[in-house]
Structures are given as structure tokens and as C-alpha cells.
Write a protein that binds this ligand. Structure first.
Ligand code: GTP
Length: 380
């Protein structure tokens, strides 16, 4: 028996409008709900029971995995009000069955990683640590919490997002996967909001607990932004990271059953075409997530974007790094600039968005066009 807690209660604000109706961990990534990749990897590492710590759109999780068999027992712990990462772990612990001295894996529900989960757990057990954190190295750590370690791998500090170059004391960051000794979880205050990163971990250090960091340089990606979601999906499809849950062979594109792709359309860069979606003749779709039921019309060119469920891209429209909400309709002859987000159900009339006289997709343009009142755009 090996137990884990999966943190999946966040609102996924950076991924709106995709997360308006679907929690981030359930967004399709390489053709399946993202969590399917995490669950399959956890099962392969010997995890037998997972407690989902849910809050936002909690009711959708149970339904999403109805009929799936990961060889795992799935249990659900729902917070009435979001309790933050630490509060959620504490709340989920009421469903654990292991002993106080046993290791419990904890995963953020939005991390795609190749870390050796079993080795992390066994290393934790072998050293008698209170908490073991998976750490990864990034070239620009400014947006992350830094976690320096001593030569023995003992964590020496938790440093929130550094503001000045002097504050960047390491390139090691918290990778969102932990092993807790069960009794440590039971000491997190119950029934109130607690951040594991800002409160639980620093408190453990102050108490001189053994907090270990294991630096692992395998694939790692936080799927919190549209660009990362698109990259993670494409990397899975192209085989840059393995997943037992991938629903087809790796290659340039993944076309799911029930999708229709015209022979004169070109798919590349790890594009996924979801169930019931349709790609018409002459369309070029690169590195894009086309969600179930969406349509890309003749001659449209779409790069590195997410096209929402049942959304429509009109004939000849060009789009680069955009997010189109579920059910939105973009008319023909538009030119959607990088970073544009169009809300669920919104309509963009034919030829109402033109970003330059010569419709090319590169180099990227940043100015938002006039005439997008029916669409919502966001800075990130
Ligand atoms: P953003 O709003 O875009 O920052 O995304 P998020 O809401 O997912 O927040 P963040 O990426 O910081 O969360 C890290 C992980 O913790 C994700 O897997 C979240 O689902 C989860 N999480 C964050 N807050 C809570 C909470 O209050 N309760 C539970 N159960 N999970 C949470």
C-alpha cells in the first residue's frame, strides 16, 4: 500500500477562459485529461491509493474518471472553501489509511514531470526525513520560490520570489512534488487556510525538522499558463516525455477517434485534434491543442494555440499563440495576434481583426487590434 494526495482545488486563473468550465487538471493535454498522465505515472511508481484534494468545480473530478482503470483507488476530499495548499493536504489526510511513520506522496495537479517518484519515496524512507521535496533547476528563477540546499541535500531556506540579483542564491526551485511523513501532515493546523510553501515548510525549518531537497534534472513543466499547456501537450505527443496514458503513438500529431482531418490539411508540431473536431482542406495547424468538437475552416493557419470545445475558426483566419474559449466563433479572414484570448461563446465577425496590412504570423506582434470588443484579451 502506498498513498498519495493530489492537489487539484485551484481556480487556474492564469488559464482563463479555458478553466471557466473545466478545472485546470482536467483540461485535455495530449488527448486525455491532464491528470490521467499523473495518475498513470503514480500507478507505475507503485502508488495504490490517491486522495484528490478538490475545491473549485469539485464535482467534475469524479465524473471525469468514471470508467477509467488506473489500478488505483481514487478517493475525494472536497473543501467547502479553498484551504490553500497546506490546508488542502491536511483536509485530505482524513482519508489516509497509512501509519504515522509512513511516507505520503503529494503532487500539485498541474506539473508534468519525469521525476522518479518511487526513488523519491524510497529516498525519503531511507533517510528518515520529515519532508522530501523534488527540486528542479530553471535558468530564470525570478518567478519561483527558491530552495537552496547544503551539500548533504538538506534544505537551508525557502525564499519567495527574488526581486534583486543578489537574492538569486540558487537556481533550484520547488517542483511541486513532495513526500511527507504522515505524522508531519497531521500537525498542519486543520480547518483553516494554510500555504504549504509559505507556512508549513518554513515552520518545519524553524523547528529544525529534516527537510530534504532532491534535485532532479529530468523533464519538468508547470502547466499553469496557456503557453505551457500547449508546450506540455505537444511534448507528450512528440515523445519528449513519456506517459503511459498517451492515447496513441507519438509523432507529429495526434488525431483522436471521431475527429475528421481533410487530407489537404497540414498538422505538425505535436498538434492534437480532439474527438469530433474537424480540420478543413488547406488548414495549417502547428503545435496546437484543438479541443473536442472544435472546427478549423479551410485555409486557416493556427500556431501554438488552444482552440476551445466546439469553438470555430473561420476560413483563412490566422492565429498565433491565442486562446479561444469554448463555443466561441471567430469569423473568416481575421488575423489574431499573439496573446489574444477570446472568451467562451464570444463572436468575432468576419475580417474585424486585422493586425497588419500583410497578414503574416511572424515575427510576433504585440499590439492588440481594435475591433475586439466582443472578445476578451488578457496580458498574460
Ligand atoms: P492559478 O490561479 O493560475 O495560479 O492556478 P492554481 O489555482 O492552480 O494555483 P497554483 O498553480 O498556485 O496551485 C498549485 C496546485 O495547488 C494546483 O494543483 C492547484 O490545483 C492546487 N491548489 C491551489 N490552491 C488550492 C486550494 O485551496 N485547495 C486545493 N485543494 N488545491 C489547491
Amino acid at each position: 500500500m502506498s498513498e498519495a494526495i493530489l492537489l487539484v482545488g485551484g481556480q487556474g486563473t492564469r488559464l482563463r477562459p479555458l478553466t471557466s468550465h473545466t478545472p485546470k487538471p482536467l483540461l485535455p493535454v495530449a488527448g486525455v485529461p491532464f491528470l490521467a498522465h499523473q495518475l498513470a505515472r503514480a500507478a507505475a511508481a507503485g502508488v495504490t491509493r490517491i486522495v484528490f484534494a478538490t475545491s473549485y468545480l469539485a464535482e467534475l473530478f469524479e465524473r471525469a474518471f468514471d470508467g477509467w482503470d488506473f489500478g488505483l483507488e481514487l478517493v475525494y476530499a472536497t473543501e467547502r472553501e479553498p484551504l490553500g495548499t497546506g490546508g488542502a493536504i491536511r483536509n485530505a489526510a482524513k482519508h489516509l489509511t497509512c501509519d504515522p511513520g509512513d511516507p505520503v506522496l503529494v503532487f500539485n495537479g498541474d506539473i508534468l514531470s519525469g521525476v522518479d517518484i518511487a526513488a523519491l519515496r524510497e529516498g525519503h524512507r531511507g533517510t528518515g526525513a520529515d519532508v522530501t521535496l523534488h527540486l528542479t533547476r530553471v535558468s530564470d528563477p525570478r518567478a519561483f520560490g527558491l530552495v537552496p540546499t547544503d551539500p548533504d541535500g538538506r534544505v537551508t531556506a525557502f525564499l519567495e520570489k527574488p526581486q534583486t540579483p543578489e537574492q538569486i542564491v540558487t537556481d533550484q526551485i520547488n517542483a511541486g512534488c513532495y513526500v511527507f511523513t504522515r505524522s508531519v501532515i497531521d500537525r498542519i493546523p486543520a480547518g483553516r487556510v494554510v500555504s504549504v510553501e509559505r507556512a508549513t515548510f518554513p515552520t518545519l525549518l524553524a523547528e529544525n525538522a529534516l527537510v530534504r531537497g532532491v534535485v532532479d534534472d529530468t523533464y519538468w513543466l508547470d502547466l499553469g499558463t496557456p503557453a505551457a499547456l500547449v508546450k506540455g501537450s505537444a511534448d507528450l505527443v512528440r515523445g519528449r516525455i513519456d506517459s503511459p496514458a498517451l492515447p496513441g503513438p507519438t509523432g507529429d500529431a495526434l488525431v483522436l477517434p471521431g475527429a475528421r482531418v481533410d487530407p489537404d490539411a497540414v498538422l505538425s508540431g505535436g498538434t492534437v485534434v480532439g474527438e469530433g473536431a474537424r480540420i478543413s482542406a488547406g488548414a495549417v495547424v502547428e503545435g496546437t491543442v484543438v479541443l473536442p468538437g472544435a472546427r478549423i475552416s479551410a485555409g486557416a493557419v493556427v500556431y501554438h494555440s488552444v482552440i476551445g470545445r466546439d469553438a470555430e475558426i473561420g476560413a483563412g483566419t490566422t492565429a498565433d499563440t491565442v486562446v479561444i474559449g469554448d463555443g466561441a466563433r471567430v469569423g473568416s479572414g481575421n488575423e489574431l495576434p499573439p496573446g489574444l484570448r477570446i472568451g467562451c461563446g464570444a463572436t468575432v465577425d468576419d475580417e474585424s481583426v486585422r493586425t497588419s496590412a500583410a497578414p503574416t504570423l511572424c515575427p510576433p506582434r504585440t499590439a492588440l487590434p481594435s475591433g475586439v470588443r466582443h472578445a476578451s484579451s488578457a496580458a498574460r
